[in-house]
Design a protein around this ligand. Sequence first.
Ligand SMILES: [Zn+2]
Length: 647
Amino acid sequence: MTEENKGTIESTPAPERRPNNRRNNNRNKNPQNRQAGEAKGEVKPTSSQNRPNRGSSSNRRRPATATDEDLRAFVVKNQEAHKQRLNPHFKLDLNSNAKVRITPLGGLGEIGGNIAVFETEKEAILIDVGMSFPDGEMHGVDILIPDFSYIREIRHKIVGVIITHAHEDHIGAMPYLFKEMQFPIYGTPLPLAMIGSKFDEHHIKEHRKYFVPVEKRQIYKIGNDFEIEWMHMTHSIIDSSSLAITTAAGTIIHTGDFKIDHTPVDGYTADLHRLAYYGEKGVLCLLSDSTNSYNTAPTPSELAVAPALDRVFSKAEGRVLLSTFSSNIHRVQQAIQYGIKYGRKVCVIGRSMERNLEVAMQYDYLRFPKNVFIDVEELPHLNDKEILIVTTGSQGEPSSALFRMAIGEHRHVKIKPTDLIILSSRAIPGNEGSISNMLNFLQRAGARVSSDKDIHVSGHASIEEQKLMLRLVNPKFFLPVHGEFNHVTKHKETAMLCGVPERNILLMTDGEQIEVAPKYMRKVKTVKTGKTYIDNQNNHQIEDDIVLDRQKLATDGIVMIVAQVDNQTSKMTAKPRVTSFGLVADKQDKYFANEMEDVLEHFLMHMKDGLIENPKALENDLRQVVRKHIYRKLKKYPLIVPHVLVQ
Ligand SMILES: [Zn+2]
């Protein structure tokens, strides 16, 4: 498709030129054609030999021989048909003044933490409320949740929270939002059940009353301004959805996380038909998953791990321990199936793994006979060859069951040399170190570890699937989402290859508000975003300044100075006490203390008049002097805690 036929907004065609109308006209004119079994549209030969045999006077509309002009005319007609088919513009109401504002508050410029606001003049919805993980510098922080400032600002407009799927980076921050403010939560059963168990954990069970379960392929009116359909999607968690969000401005498709799996384990393929339906009707804007924007090879089906699982299970001599993401129910299901096939009982270890499996079985997403499962206490009574342990810890998390087994600190399971460990997952960027660390422990304990590539498949669309999505939806505007800047940039390139003009694509970052209307899409403003730090031990927030102090302590150490100064003479009455941590080695402590003493003396000698009466200002000035001195000598900015006692 060229830019001209897609990009010009003036190109609204007259209705009679639409392919549909044309087809209808033909049908009306030639009813006999259809009755003669030609509905498929095959062209009957019209040579003179054939005609007499038909014995009909109602000779067809076509001349005996199609002339060059005829063929050329049909080439033009077909070109026109393609142009109309591929041009999304004429399907939108360009006279409408309606518009929608889209603001990602998380999930852009990062992987995870997905949350977005869709807003009309009077109403707003939130799409997903996810969490993300801290980087190595955020000491003592377990999870990150989005800054809710903007949501507070527009809370009176919010008519619902819309959930695409049950991954932590899409629902993990729900309890924190709901402790502060509540709205109806619309979602399919599994995501709601998973949010429910989070609410229970956070002692806000009563907020389950906000659940509104939805049925896929139905359209729900939410508030006055939004109509939403959940369309089934394949992903690395079951019961995922894409959304068709229809507003007065047009329909916006949000893919959620997706891959296109034609042979999913449960047989529920991605609902491409509904996407195509909206694509045919005309889509204002597409927001699509950019996580795997660089993957050129198509993402394999979840079923593709089956042969590899079969192979490793068939060869295992002792126990098998399989670790994967606890939310990947289909992977767990396949593991259990091969366990059963090779005569093993299944022991599930790890809190999130147990909880997710329980929810999946409770709501009939998974069916296994109860006697397949055994408790951890029963393990000693079985032969090793009869045991499959399904567990958490595929990312090498030190608190996970597998890690504790690896270092010999798990209460029930110690790693044996005959064990086979299957890591059925990829390393989330940033976790490579901890995974490698765990591998060292597992192998030191003598176990064999299988982490072949073919034992895991991704849950996200590769380039070819992204193209399929773009072609099915055929949007006028495109907003690549879910990914760091380089991922969305790559996705933009793919969209341009699929005919979306560059000017119709915007690359967003968190907090940027985009206004989209049938005639235009533009950035309008930036709202406050950021991350709130959470301590998982008590589920409480850690204030920003605490984390900053910890960073300083970790990188530059701390110096504490206690000095007594005579009020009259401005001289120290005793030697100052200097204590430092993480700055100089123990053996240099004395030397360092002497140095600080000199600095103090010098400072007191040249002190401004009147400063001694103002202890706060005195300590501040002293801090500056010490900071300068330490930076000059050690190139460090430690935390400096001066106490000057004036007597
Ligand atoms: Zn996901």
